[in-house]
Design a protein around this ligand. Sequence first.
Ligand SMILES: [Fe+2]
Length: 180
Amino acid sequence: MTVIDEILDLYRRKGDATYGEGVSQTEHALQSALLAETENASAELVSAALLHDIGHLLHDLPEDIASRGLDAQHESIASAWLSRHFGPAVTEPVRLHVEAKRYLCRAEPGYWERLSDASKLSLTVQGGPLTAETTAAFAKGPFAQAALRLRRWDDEAKVVGLSTPGLDHFRPYIESALKG
Ligand SMILES: [Fe+2]
């Protein structure tokens, strides 16, 4: 089995799990990737959008872990796992997509209010909004802008019943994003 097949198989086997927002993990991934594709993002960033929550499929922790006051650190699990096959243009936006939410909560008035209830709940176990100091440091990072784009797609990719292309549609993006 190639790594691409392994990834797509993971979504087919475990992607029906709820994302806690009325959509499944696979629906959330496909909606995120479609938003990235619509904005003509690079193959690496479309792949990051598709795979940003793969950490939730890789751990066996319960779905309601945030409501138990625990953080699964799914972004770290995902970026570490993906780094075997992809470079930083994929793994860094994935690793930073939670920090991007914490950044926006601090830096953008009204952002927190627009978050879903599940995202607000997970924010508390993820450390809350960044401090003034860490906000400035985040913005200077080389992948900050990519992580912020991914975060906005992530926030929007929760539309119940939205029709999207299937996983195979995004296979070419992942294939071209693989590191040589
Ligand atoms: Fe997400």
